[in-house]
Design a protein. Structure first.
Length: 449
């Protein structure tokens, strides 16, 4: 039975691996060998990876692919995507080529503001606090000038400060809300440092103000933290064409396709069960680029899903309109991204991705990421409303099934050819594999038959 351990983080990597393999694996040597198999051959690069997080034992590989032919605002891109789901890159590339011939993706940066809060508790006169805040606002800004100097030099900084009364929702709860422009950095550390300075200045100022009683001066700062919900850091990406140009869709007319597609989007707008899967598909396209460019996909996921429920009910992030003979499909999402700082200057593959994208600034990266999400959504809805989602998805998944069965290259080629004009299912793939091997079940292989 595994035993607790103290001081694990202080052990060397080799000692951590030895303890782990002895405690949890029947064959410690095999576990150690597997972890070391994924170490980078260049010790300097491996050390870099080791220091990204704590308690690093090895590297976890994900496929790194590209989707070419993305025409975005008149420029041609090949988009990097890091993701394990089999059909995502293929779907994005297919959509990109489809819209390349129809004008491509057009984007608009709606806003680039990011937000953070000082959350605090105050028991006292609300009007007195509001007057005090307005008088103290300039001092709050002055005390952050050293922190904001470099950001201001790049054209960013603190955009506004506001006192928010939340006492109707939680007794004595107030916020200092700050909006920021962090230029090409994601800006989390910058924002949090500014918020912590606001807190110190505010507490010191109120402690010295004679208008407040002793109890009023004892405000409790609960936390100072940026919000990953960024409803004022928004990008829109859209595609459009004449309805008659929507051709080549499984034998149905352009008009029928447009009608079915629009209805599919409408269903996602009104039905949360469908909207969840619909938006998950959008995030397939978004997250893959976020990961490839070293950004925080958890923060982006959280913001997008919160934005999807901004009207009180979870709904689609994408929308469709067919009007005056024009098909229009668009997405609007909050994307707080960075192209400097973080992993962008450290991780070799992140640097490769940024070079591949022609070194975009944060706004351009927002446009690229949103377009990838829209492309993914278009591909999914196109399949759903015509041939069905499983035809393309399972054919991409076929190789995963065959790899699990440890099929030879010749067997893979034969089975892939067999399913070119047939519906793929897991059981059908296994049956064909067994037929080629002359066995009744894959379990016979393990038995030595």
């Amino acid at each position: 039975m595994p035993q607790p351990i103290k001081g694990f983080s202080k052990l060397s990597k080799e000692a951590k691996i030895e303890w782990l393999s002895d405690q949890f694996f029947d064959s410690p040597e095999s576990a150690i060998a597997l972890l070391k198999q994924y170490w980078h051959s260049d010790a300097k690069i491996q050390k870099l990876h080791d220091e990204f997080i704590e308690n690093t034992l090895s590297n976890y590989y994900m496929p790194f692919g590209v989707a070419p032919n993305f025409k975005i605002d008149g420029e041609l891109y090949t988009i990097p995507m890091a993701i394990e789901e089999s059909s995502v890159v293929a779907a994005a590339a297919k959509s990109a080529t489809y819209w390349l011939e129809r004008g491509g993706f057009k984007t608009t940066i709606v806003a680039t503001k990011k937000v953070g809060h000082v959350h605090f508790m105050y028991q006292g006169d609300a009007a007195k606090l509001k007057d005090f805040f307005e008088e103290t606002k300039e001092a709050l800004l002055q005390d952050t000038e050293e922190l904001t100097a470099n950001m201001r030099a790049r054209g960013g900084g603190i955009l506004s400060l506001k006192l928010i009364d939340k006492t109707a929702e939680l007794a004595n709860y107030w916020q200092i809300e700050a909006l920021f422009d962090t230029c090409d950095s994601m800006g989390a550390n910058f924002i949090n440092s500014c918020l912590e300075q606001f807190s110190k200045t505010f507490q010191n100022a109120i402690a010295q103000d004679q208008r407040f009683s002793h109890s009023e001066k004892e405000i409790q700062v609960v936390m100072c933290i940026l919000s990953n919900y960024t409803p004022e850091c928004i990008v829109r990406s859209e595609v459009s064409c004449k309805v008659e140009e929507l051709n080549g869709d499984a034998g149905i007319s352009p008009e029928e396709f447009a009608e079915k597609f629009q209805r599919a989007v409408k269903i996602a707008e009104i039905e949360p069960y469908r909207a969840t899967t619909h938006n998950k598909g959008i995030m397939n396209g978004i997250d893959a680029v976020i990961i490839a460019t070293g950004n925080d996909f958890r923060a982006v996921e959280a913001a997008c899903h919160t934005y999807a429920g901004k009207n009180g009910r979870y709904s689609s992030l994408s929308h469709c309109e067919v009007k005056d003979g024009i098909f229009r499909f668009w997405i609007e999402v909050p994307l707080a991204l960075g192209t400097v700082g973080g992993l962008t200057s450290l991780h070799p593959m992140v640097k490769f991705s940024m070079d591949l994208l022609q070194k975009p600034n944060a706004s351009k990266l927002m446009s690229i990421v949103a377009s990838s999400g829209l492309a993914q959504n278009f591909a999914a809805l196109r399949a759903l409303t015509t041939t069905g989602i499983q035809k393309g998805h399972m054919k991409m998944h076929l190789l995963n099934i065959l790899n699990q069965l440890e099929a030879t290259e010749a067997e893979k080629e034969s089975i892939v050819n067999y399913f070119k004009d047939k519906i793929v299912s897991h059981s059908a793939a296994v049956n064909k594999f067994c037929e080629l091997r002359g066995i009744k079940s894959p379990s016979e292989i393990k038995k030595g038959h």
